[in-house]
Design a protein around this ligand. Structure first.
Ligand code: GLN
Length: 253
């Protein structure tokens, strides 16, 4: 373990509205980040930001937004609107953000329901989502197209379930190998912009994708000003789960 006081070796994760944005075990992402931080001598301080409680983006080293139903998205969108400017500034400064499904849609301009009604997004990114007939459901595998620090294993696996079809011109998180991704049409999944990773992948995302968990953790530490390399961990179990999904989907690893 590296030396340093507990305060110095604490990484703060603002977990936005865990009581609402928590579909398909999204909370498991926090457990993975906590364990992988701890194994490197870091304490992950996960701060649940609940409805009505103040949000301080300046104290966060990383932000997590999970997925939610349309109704929950509407509630969260309204609540977060007050923090739009702070959130936008933090993103521009490189704050790492993991936004899953409903959380990913919320970063964009709107999510249009089939009725034509629009759930306002935060408009932090130029992303638009429209619901269409038939949900995009199932296991998914993508090829991660991250340039920076791209790991040897390039696949990311998980589960998706969304009515929304998302369109944007940013770099995607990856190319769909099996499954639907952003809209079921252009073979793109998710988004990467500065420190933001948006994705439709639940499951939760991080337990079966330890390389992505470390990528996010390293970014959170770098955002804090600490560029120490993360030592390798024994991820045999995680990789066997990852490969089991690839095998089930008939994707060669
Ligand atoms: N309500 C959104 C949709 O169905 C998001 C769902 C989710 O977070 N899984 O597109």
């Amino acid at each position: 373990m590296t030396e340093g006081t507990t305060a110095e070796r604490t990484v703060t994760l603002a977990h936005l509205f865990p009581e609402l944005l928590n579909l398909y075990a999204d909370q498991g992402n926090v457990a993975v980040l906590r364990r992988r931080a701890q194994a490197r001598g870091w304490t992950l301080r996960a701060v649940p930001v609940k409805l009505g409680s103040p949000m301080d983006f300046a104290s966060a080293d990383m932000v997590l937004l999970g997925g939610g139903s349309d109704r929950e998205q509407q509630i969260v969108g309204r609540e977060l609107a007050a923090y739009r400017e702070d959130f936008a500034a933090a993103i521009e400064a490189g704050l790492p953000v993991l936004a899953v499904c409903g959380g990913y849609q919320l970063l964009g301009r709107y999510y249009e329901l089939q009725s034509g009604e629009r759930v306002a997004g935060l408009g932090l990114l130029d992303v638009a989502t429209k619901a269409d007939k038939g949900r995009l459901i199932g296991n998914i595998a993508i090829e991660w197209t991250s340039g920076e620090g791209a790991p040897d294993v390039r696949t990311i696996v998980g589960f998706e379930n969304h009515a929304g079809r998302t369109y944007h011109d940013y770099a995607p998180l990856g190319r769909v190998l099996k499954g639907h991704g952003n809209n079921g049409r252009d073979h793109q999944e998710g988004l990467q912009y500065k420190g933001v990773v948006g994705t439709y992948i639940h499951g939760p995302l991080l337990p079966k994708n330890p390389h992505l968990a470390d990528h996010l953790l390293a970014r959170a530490l770098a955002f804090k000003g600490c560029r120490e390399p993360l030592c390798a961990l024994d991820d045999a179990l995680e990789w066997s789960a990852h490969h089991a999904v690839l095998e089930m989907l008939g994707v060669k690893s």
